[in-house]
Design a protein around this ligand. Structure first.
Ligand code: NAD
Length: 336
């Protein structure tokens, strides 16, 4: 039994961008947990994280999971490895923190759902943006009825620069890798599941992304079960930083969360007003959400509550992403 007085060891599988970030967050901001072991076939990546967090470097996934003190497995590997990681962590009786998306197809997600149910595993899906303090305020205003029946949701989600093409190839592409956050955000702030998706997309940023079989610019419209309509716009490249805006418009008013700047200074002269640039990328813009996510995870685990984002919520976001891919392929809206 994990309690708040009893720090729990985390095995981090995958020490790339997000594995490093979770290790840093756990080491510096989350007193209830520590990084106990790490595994990455790129041994240099594993060593860097181990040195920063005081963890041991394991020579296999299983050794990391079985290392002394480990109660939680954090899955930060490329998405096509998540299912094998989930199987091993569940078999070992550990709690699981699995990065989004759970997998790249619904069959694999359903296999994961079965394993989680059969073993009674506490598994949380890392759709971290729900824990962003500003987006969470918007969702809370909707939940409390402050803005009344939801009519419209608008989400702008643009990255400062695309990831390497090799990453794009194995990530599942724009809808499953990047827009999946926005599909989940739409469901979160509207309080209602998505029932229809229509996607238009193109390659406007980098022809290499098109050659890798993906798109980099998209507009997606969706209908929710409660009748609300959502519009999402995505780009893999915004020259001015990470552009993240959410607005919910309803019968009694609207709620929105705006971009975050590096600082709030504004310099005004007779030629105009100059503001600081936006936070550069997800590591900076969403840092607090990663901290809050771990705190929510540990609180739920210690009090034997359901995980903050259970596997069926992760499954729902993936289904919307797959439907968006189908819509793009066929040119037609897709009912879920
Ligand atoms: N929630 C978020 O904001 C967020 C942000 C970025 C990535 N992600 C997700 O995290 C996952 C990893 O993405 P990333 O950007 O860190 O990728 P990355 O390519 O930067 O890192 C992946 C790491 O995993 C290692 N790896 C490969 N096979 C492995 C295996 N079998 N066992 C252990 N490690 C292995 C690689 O060597 C690499 O160091 C993806 O599922 C991605 O969708 C989530």
């Amino acid at each position: 039994m994990v309690t708040n007085d009893d720090p729990v060891g985390v095995a981090i599988l995958g020490c790339g961008r997000i594995g490093r970030l979770h290790a840093q967050v756990l080491t510096s901001r989350v007193p209830g947990a520590y990084v106990a072991s790490v595994f990455d076939p790129e041994t240099t990546a594993a060593r860097v994280v181990a040195e920063q967090s005081g963890a041991t470097v394991a020579d296999s996934m299983q050794a990391a999971i079985d290392a002394p003190g480990v109660g939680i497995v954090a899955i930060c590997t490329p998405t096509d490895h998540h299912l094998e990681n989930i199987e091993a962590a569940c078999a070992a009786g550990k709690a699981v923190f699995c990065e989004k998306p759970i997998a790249l197809d619904i069959e694999q997600v359903d296999a994961a759902v079965r394993i989680v149910q059969e073993t009674g595993t506490f598994l949380h899906v890392g759709l971290n943006r729900r824990f962003d303090p500003s987006h969470a305020q918007v969702a809370k205003a909707v939940e409390e009825g402050v803005i009344g029946d939801v009519h419209l949701v608008r989400i702008t989600s643009r990255d400062p620069a695309p990831p390497p093409v090799e990453y794009i190839r194995q990530s599942g592409g724009l809808f499953l890798d990047m827009t999946i956050h926005d599909f989940d955000m739409a469901r979160f702030v509207s309080g209602s599941p998505v029932v229809e998706v229509f996607a238009r997309a193109g390659v406007r940023v980098d022809p290499m992304i098109g050659e890798a079989g993906d798109v980099d610019t998209a507009i997606i419209t969706m209908e929710h079960e409660n009748g609300a309509l959502t519009a999402i716009d995505n780009s893999r490249k915004a020259t001015y930083g990470m552009d993240q805006r959410v607005e919910v418009h309803g019968a009694k008013g609207s709620a929105s969360s705006d971009n975050m700047r590096v600082n709030t200074a504004s310099i005004s002269t007779d030629r105009g007003t100059q503001l600081e640039v936006l936070e550069n990328f997800f590591l900076e813009r969403y840092y607090e959400s990663y901290v809050e996510q771990w705190r929510a995870f540990l609180t739920a685990l210690a009090s034997a509550k359901a995980p903050p984002i259970p596997i069926d919520e992760g499954r729902a976001a993936l289904r919307v992403g797959l439907a968006a891919q189908e819509s793009l392929r066929t040119g037609l809206p897709v009912r879920l």
